[in-house]
Design a protein around this ligand. Sequence first.
Ligand SMILES: Cc1ncc(COP(=O)(O)O)c(C=O)c1O
Length: 343
Amino acid sequence: MDVSQLWDAEPGYFNTASYGLPPRAAFDALQSALADWRVGHTSWEGWNAHAAGAREIFARLVAVPAADVAIGATVSEQIGLVAAALPAGSRVVVPEGEYTSMLFPWLVHRDRGITVDSVPLDRLAEAIDAETTLVAFSLVGSASGEVAPHDDIVSAARDHGAFVAVDGTQACGWLPIDASRFDAFAVHAYKWLMSPRGTSFLVVKPELRELMRPVAAGWYAGEDPFASFYGLPLRLAGDARRFDTSPAWFSWVGTKVALEVVEQIGVAAIHDHDVALADRLREGLGLPPGRSPIVSADVPRAEEKLAAAGVRASVRSGRIRLACHIYTTARDVDAALDALGAP
Ligand SMILES: Cc1ncc(COP(=O)(O)O)c(C=O)c1O
């Protein structure tokens, strides 16, 4: 079966690094929930339950127990919980040009003596030393599409007793990931997991969890959310759920169904499809093969040429960024190459 038939993508979409397109089943589920909302056809518990279901699927996708996964709405708020747990005077190291949702949460603690040093990505592992409290990086860079040398970084962090915090937003959905190797792993689902915006996951290991305060806890962070609406005492979940914030129902309806589709197709198959098409693009542009579905190229007037041909892509750091995902076809790639005037 041609899985691209599970989507309704218009030809020429290369912007998954900005936002992914929903599988038809996810879009339909969302429309049906919205129709029910419009007329008050159902109660809310069914919408709410999609968040728990999405957590289970996400946990399987990244090979961790669901008990280690908290849900939220953005990467920055979830990483903010981790940053608030760092002791005063901590040293954080990050790659140069790190996405700010993985950067500002550490920087806002400057008044507590938390310092943030940035170094080129290929020198991140060697920058970790005995003074390092935590290393933070995106598994796949949002501008370049580069896959971080995560084995080296994790092993340097383990050698020096530093925590490892990873942003998988540009990776999760196409790159097979074992998130149990990291202390904290945050993913916003609206790109490669092809979900509505406003659904994110934070995997956080028990040892790090013990240092963290659930500063945004409300009813949904309760051990039994449905017995946590009113009154004392504090009765938070024993596992990572205590860091949950209450779900934005409709976004989670779409997310759960999108994750089901990702799981059915399989991340390994998506990886092979995406990277093969990106390599077709790279070859057409005279670039060597790569490991990422995101192609970053220096082509004069690329944005203008693509727009004239109806191809949607973005410019990042002065280079054209073309992202291939499961609904991208060889025909899309050839149209983009034609538009760019590739030989
Ligand atoms: C690497 C990365 N992390 C996170 C985000 C989104 O951050 P947030 O969830 O804080 O909006 C993006 C969006 O472009 C991104 O590229």
